[in-house]
Design a protein around this ligand. Structure first.
Ligand code: SF4
Length: 262
């Protein structure tokens, strides 16, 4: 008897390279609590002016510490260290897909753009986002359509392959990595391809926890922590379209989101 065929998957996925660190202290809840404790200790409580400039510095520092800890513990346990990501300046295949962000992340991006871009550039971005938002609002409830998005992010410098808001990029962008550029290239070129990258599991663990921690930290204060397409949320944060109608159903993260495996 032939095996039943697996249902066709339309949600893009990131394959993961596994290395097995010592597991103690690496549960999702443990990591989330640790980062939440640091945010609570170092940042003023919400609501109020969100501490946009300092937020990612704290999260980045925590992620770097945890990354170093993962390597140390793997080495101490005699486990192989997984290879480094192949990501490099000028490589931007992952910037041609749908990105899901929270309202806080959109505010952080808007703050960054207003502070560093010229008035003309901000106006051009707003005009572009208005158009893109209309499209994303139509497909925000359709994971299949979101998964097929292959458009340059409005914050991407296409010629240089650089993010023009790199220091303020959302968590889903910080989490993105791949050890195989060819997988990324194929994903960008073909909307039907499902594997978006070959990711390191330690990045998914660390940045997955950061994703959850930031959503919880903002939930009930600044916004409900729900995810929206970047184009919709940033247009709203810059004073354009109304964001809530563009929320993604459930806690879906779009194509740069994936489940955390510990
Ligand atoms: S925000 Fe920056 S890093 Fe993220 S997809 Fe856009 S251009 Fe790329």
């Amino acid at each position: 008897m032939s095996r039943p065929r697996r249902p066709h998957r339309r949600r893009p996925r990131a394959r993961r390279l596994r290395s097995r660190p010592a597991r103690d202290g690496w549960s999702l809840e443990g990591l989330v609590s640790e980062l939440l404790g640091r945010l609570d200790a170092l940042l003023p409580p919400l609501p109020g002016d969100p501490p946009l400039g300092r937020l990612y510095r704290i999260v980045d520092a925590w992620a770097a510490e945890r990354d170093a800890m993962w390597r140390r513990r793997s080495a101490d346990a005699g486990l192989p260290i997984a290879p480094e990501p192949a990501c490099a300046t000028g490589c931007a295949h992952c910037c041609y897909q749908h990105v899901a962000v929270t309202g806080l992340e959109a505010l952080t991006l808007a703050d960054y753009v207003r502070g560093r871009w010229s008035a003309e550039e901000v106006a051009a971005l707003r005009a572009r986002l208005e158009g893109e938002s209309a499209r994303f609002r139509q497909i925000a409830d359709d994971p299949k359509a979101l998964a097929r998005v292959r458009r340059p992010c409005p914050l991407l410098d296409e010629a240089g392959g650089r993010c023009r808001a790199y220091e303020a990029r959302p968590v889903n962008c910080r989490r993105e990595n791949s050890t195989d550029v060819e997988i990324c290239r194929r994903y960008r070129a073909d909307p039907e391809v499902e594997d978006s990258s070959l990711r390191l599991v330690r990045y998914d663990v660390i940045w997955g926890a950061a994703r959850v921690a930031l959503s919880r930290w903002t939930a009930g204060h600044l916004d409900p922590g729900s995810m929206m397409p970047l184009d919709v949320a940033l247009a709203s944060a810059l004073g354009g379209v109304d964001a809530p109608a563009g929320r993604i159903r459930g806690d879906g993260g779009g194509s740069t989101d994936c489940d955390v495996e510990s």
